[in-house]
Design a protein around this ligand. Structure first.
Ligand code: FBP
Length: 552
């Protein structure tokens, strides 16, 4: 494999292990905590997971554990969902944890995500193969996918393939949905008497797989550093040219953690946070009015420029837009035949509007043409509107232009509003992991191997105390069922790991709230620059502002 000079140097990096993991599984004892409960809906979750509910939290301490290195195991790993920097290091950590315990232990990787389990496609991950992927970004060693193993047939196939290959453990590296799936598989295996340990690892750049036990998901650190570098550069460009308003939409399918972290790192003029919009029940036009106020005020101060951050999930947090999308999903599904007979988009739109309740019809009519069309035409394989494809930043700009025209007519605004749009998402998901992510993921993987060697099934690999030196990180396992609640999915009760949204009473959001008036008026931009892999520890080892504030 060809490596760039930086990657070649980076491959040599040896992540420090937390002190407790340093001497391998034979020197790690399992400390059993108290039985646990799910975060909500205890009776329902208990009934859905009779074999894995209530298991105790596990913490690792130093001590003799000869058993863990006596057995020889075959372990399989799978990457699930969107890419996140550090995935390869989780695998490297698992491999090294297994080999340190017993050189005969082996690791295999299912190919292409969970569908690889169903299709029985895998490779052996040997130390030689792994060598080229240490500290690299991406998931290309074994790729990823979004298949879920849920139906009785899929669960049976998974069991047959795992047993056929004599695997003793399965590690699922994924986000909230994938780890919910890990819990379902762990429960199914126990119910079937299959002695295969299933362990999850918390991954997602979105940062929404976190709770009182999981401090952060891996990938969030690197991805937000990459976006913050880009946004910081835009802030500097804006401040130099002084002629454009830049609207930047940032990934995060639902929660606004990425946008918040990037705002804390760069201090843009306007930051929209979906969770706040929902809490304040804001309408689209109220959001537009808020932005317009800042544009007008800045213009009066001679500043016809600025930077606005927009979270990818914003649309679904706006109550009226959420209602419109849900009504459209139903209408489009119920009237498919009639709609297919209409020839033009104009006719389709008129038909849809005639079927919508009055308030939603008015909202649909007020939307810019391109967005209204997108809402009607771009649908996913289930027939639903593809919210993540909606270019919210363009929607806001179109509506702002109309608003500013009105203000101009009324003599309340006399500025220039030239805009440039960006969407940053895929740019950050496969970056070379930061030192924090490289070290955290290696520890998560190593820790997952230790959990498997101790027959802990149905656990999420947990490494905590992350704002302290690596030596002091606390390792162990959190029962997956502990993080669950019941939510309605397609009209049915489903057990799911609760997604962590931006906490409006939390310190990171409050920092933004306290400063945003100042950032709106005055140009307090900061320029984080690129991720540093070499140099003073103050820049190489820093983690997210979110984590630092949450631990303050
Ligand atoms: P995960 O939750 O699986 O980690 O993926 C998150 C994410 O990167 C979102 O931020 C984004 O909306 C989505 O994936 C994009 O998905 P896809 O890769 O399927 O286009």
């Amino acid at each position: 494999m060809n490596h760039s000079p930086l990657q070649a140097e980076r491959i040599k990096f040896k992540p420090t292990l937390p002190a407790v993991l340093k001497n391998g599984a034979a020197a790690i004892k399992v400390k059993i905590g108290k039985p646990t409960k799910s975060v909500a809906d205890q009776a329902k979750i208990k009934a859905m997971f009779p074999n894995t509910y209530g298991m105790p939290e596990i913490t690792f301490t130093k001590g003799k554990n000869a058993e863990a290195s006596k057995k020889v195991i075959k372990m399989a790993v799978v990457l699930s969902g969107g890419q996140a920097p550090g995935g390869h290091n989780v695998i490297a950590g698992i491999l090294d944890g297994l080999k340190k315990a017993n050189a005969k232990n082996k690791l295999y990787g299912f190919l292409g995500g969970p569908s690889g389990i169903l299709e029985n496609k895998f490779v052996e991950i040997t130390p030689k193969l792994m060598a080229d992927y240490r500290n690299t970004g991406g998931f290309d060693l074994i790729q990823s996918g979004r298949t879920k193993i849920e139906t009785p047939e899929q669960l049976k196939t998974a069991k047959e393939n795992i047993l056929k290959n004599k695997f003793n453990a399965l590690v699922i590296i994924g986000g909230d949905d994938s780890n919910t799936n890990a819990a379902v598989i762990a429960e199914y295996f126990k119910q079937e008497g299959v002695k295969v340990n299933v362990i999850g690892v918390p991954k997602t750049i979105d940062g929404d797989l976190k709770n009182s036990q999981i401090e952060t998901s891996f990938g969030f650190d690197t991805a937000t550093k990459i976006y913050a570098e880009l946004v910081g550069n835009i802030c500097r460009d804006v401040n130099s040219a002084r002629k454009y308003w830049h609207f930047v939409r940032l990934m995060g399918r639902s929660a606004s953690h990425i946008t918040l972290e990037v705002a804390l790192k760069t201090h843009p003029n306007i930051t929209l946070i979906g969770e706040e919009v929902l809490a304040q029940k804001k309408t689209l036009s109220q959001i537009v009015n808020d932005i317009a106020k800042v544009v007008v005020d800045r213009s009066k101060a001679g500043k016809n420029f600025g930077v606005v951050l927009v979270p990818e999930g914003l649309i679904e947090f706006i109550p009226e837009m959420k209602s419109l999308i849900s009504a459209l999903n139903d209408l489009l599904a119920d009237n498919e035949a009639k709609l297919s007979k209409l020839n033009t988009i104009k006719e389709k739109k008129a038909f849809i509007i005639s079927k919508l309740p009055k308030n939603l019809a008015a909202l649909m009519e007020s939307l810019p043409e391109g967005i209204a069309n997108q809402l009607m035409l771009d649908r996913d394989p289930h027939g639903n509107v593809q919210v993540s494809l909606i270019e919210t930043e363009k929607l806001l700009i179109e509506m702002l232009k109309t608003k500013l025209k009105e203000l101009k007519k009324a003599g309340k605004y006399n500025g220039k509003f030239s805009t440039i749009t960006h969407f940053f998402g895929y740019e950050g998901r496969c970056g070379i992991p930061s030192t924090f992510d490289a070290t955290y993921t290696y520890a998560l993987g190593y820790n997952a191997a230790v959990l498997a060697l101790n027959d802990c099934s149905g656990y999420l690999s947990s490494v905590r105390n992350l704002t302290k030196k690596t030596d002091a990180w606390v390792c162990g396992g959190i029962p997956l069922t502990m993080m669950m609640n019941v939510e309605k999915r397609k009209g049915k009760d489903k057990p799911v790991i609760r997604k962590a949204l931006v906490e409006l009473k939390g310190k990171p959001f409050n920092f933004l709230k306290k400063n945003r008036e100042d950032w709106a008026k005055n140009d307090r931009y900061t320029f984080p620059g690129p991720i540093q892999y070499f140099g003073p520890s103050v820049v190489t080892e820093m983690t997210t502002i979110t984590l630092l504030l949450e631990h303050k």
